[in-house]
Design a protein around this ligand. Structure first.
Ligand code: FAD
Length: 471
């Protein structure tokens, strides 16, 4: 679909933490520090409602991408008070001056319309004479002459293969899985792997496909009130099918109180009693085993649930993308290597232990809440709630949040696949502009950062071709 994952994602709009970008800059990527890139966040966003602090100097009002919150106070307000009692700060805007705390989420939605990059960016300019979109067309590889990118080999919907010539340069934006694939098919990648695949080497680049990072998440459910008045909220969900269906809160938490960036994220959904949402979330969205989802649905028959998705924000594990063959039609292999660094599992257990302290608050005590035992069969011999149990729980329930990044990472000469202007190192006339260029994954969902990267890239390109004088 036009717009890539932005047309099917969950639309959470999160910029991340200043420390993420300052870290990118500290790794040698000049120009990517927070103070510089906030210019692009402000440029791209168009705040659509008064709930987000419109007066904040940090936020944008005129951009292509509409951003709004959803008025859910009647569903989430009391839970914010609970988190406050649990020692968390309550914020109005996690994309403003502060990120640490719990806040209502912001969405890339405007006037009930999903702000996919196709709707927000392509639709308004689709009649310009200098844009031509080939739909249902697969980019197979980039052709080089003397290490200068000259054309893209594509297969058209009728299966014919043509070369599309570049006047100035080529921009590769196939995402964190397919951008490294296309680079490798074009002869840019780790020498051994290209030789193994029998691909002529244009430029050896050790880190193409390496450094794959993703956010994994794990669900934790806490039982709540068994008051059937909340069943009316189910009707609200079904009546408003054009609205985002699940009231949500976002939390960004750091264990070390003097640290200014979060260790983990929570996406917290209060689920009314006897709701279709419990089974939908468990079975469809998280794709957990039926036996687990039946337990969740049974628990939800009797009580409200506070379902939290807990995300390890800064994984130390690194995965890799490899080709399976030199056939462009074949999907690459994805080795996620989640938890290959043991610290990730330890940290995740610590974060869950921290999150579940919310059960000690007045409200949860008053309704005799429990952490829902999801009866993970692999963990049945371990003491529920022990550290060993949480590690087992994480290993068996963790799933992707679909935030793959880092496989064509920007960095200094010895390690970067692209430089700080997103030019592929070692060749001319080729840039990568997508999630793959992130050196490290940001503290939050990745769609907004990718659009920010694209906004900055467009200025870099214009600057390099003398179309504008300065960014
Ligand atoms: C289910 C899901 C839920 C998510 N929820 C959120 C969320 O709520 N909030 C958030 O911030 N982020 C979310 N994300 C992540 C976010 O959407 C992505 O990080 C972001 O969209 C990545 O952008 P990208 O441009 O790097 O890659 P993509 O969006 O993957 O775009 C790559 C594009 O390249 C095309 N392509 C690939 N290979 C070829 C080829 N060979 N030839 C031609 N075209 C090709 C693809 O079709 C696609 O259109 C979610 C992702 C998913 C999948």
């Amino acid at each position: 679909m036009l717009g890539g994952s932005s047309i099917s994602n969950y639309m959470f709009y999160v910029r991340g933490n200043p420390a993420d970008y300052d870290d990118w800059a500290a790794r040698g990527n000049t120009g990517w520090n927070w103070d510089n890139i906030t210019y692009y966040y402000k440029k791209m966003e168009r705040l659509e409602d008064d709930i987000i602090q419109k007066n904040s100097a940090a936020r944008g009002r005129l951009g292509y991408l509409g951003v709004e919150t959803i008025p859910w106070e009647h569903r989430t307000g009391s839970y914010f008070e609970i988190f406050e009692e649990n020692g968390r700060k309550i914020l109005k805007d996690h994309n403003g001056d502060e990120q640490l705390g719990y806040a209502p989420p912001q969405f890339s939605i405007a006037d009930g319309i999903r702000q996919s990059t196709a709707a927000a960016y392509l639709k308004p300019i689709k009649n310009r004479p200098n844009i031509y979109i080939l739909k249902n067309t697969i980019a197979r590889k980039i052709n080089f002459h003397d290490k200068k990118a000259k054309s893209v080999e594509v297969s058209l919907p009728d299966d014919s293969i043509i070369n599309v010539l570049a006047n100035k340069e080529i921009i590769l934006s196939a995402g964190a899985i397919n951008s490294p694939k296309i680079l490798m098919l074009s002869g840019i990648g780790p020498k051994n792997h290209l030789e193994e695949m029998n691909i002529d080497i244009v430029q050896e680049s050790t880190n193409v496909g390496q450094n794959l990072q993703d956010h994994v998440l794990v669900p934790v459910a806490i039982t709540g009130n068994n008051n059937f008045t909340s069943i009316l909220q189910n009707a609200e969900t079904l009546i408003n099918l054009n609205k985002f269906p699940i009231p949500t809160m976002l939390g960004f938490v750091s264990l070390n109180k003097s640290q200014n960036y979060p260790d983990y994220q929570t996406t917290v959904c209060p689920i009314p009693i006897a709701s279709i949402l419990s089974i939908t979330l468990c079975s469809q969205m998280l794709d957990l085993d039926d036996s687990i989802c039946i337990d969740v649905a049974n628990a939800n028959k009797r009580t409200e649930l506070l379902l939290a998705l807990i995300t390890l924000l800064h994984p130390k594990s690194r995965g890799v993308i490899k080709l399976r063959s030199k056939d462009p039609e074949e999907n690459p292999s994805i080795f996620t290597k989640y938890f290959s660094n043991e610290e990730d599992l330890e940290d995740f257990a610590t974060y869950i232990e921290d999150y579940v302290t919310v059960i000690n608050t007045t409200y949860f005590k008053s309704v005799n809440s429990k952490i829902l035992d999801l009866n993970v069969k692999q963990c049945k011999d371990l003491q529920f709630g022990s550290r060993l149990f949480w590690k087992c729980y994480v290993l068996n329930l963790a799933g992707t949040q679909y935030h793959a990044v880092g496989t064509c990472a920007m960095g200094p000469e010895e390690e970067g696949v692209v430089d700080e202007r997103l030019r592929v190192r070692g060749v001319k006339g080729l840039r990568v502009v997508d999630a793959s260029i992130m050196p490290t994954v940001v503290s939050g969902n990745t769609n907004a950062p990718v659009i920010m990267i694209a906004e900055k890239a467009s200025d870099l390109i214009k600057l390099d071709h003398g179309i504008v004088n300065s960014t």
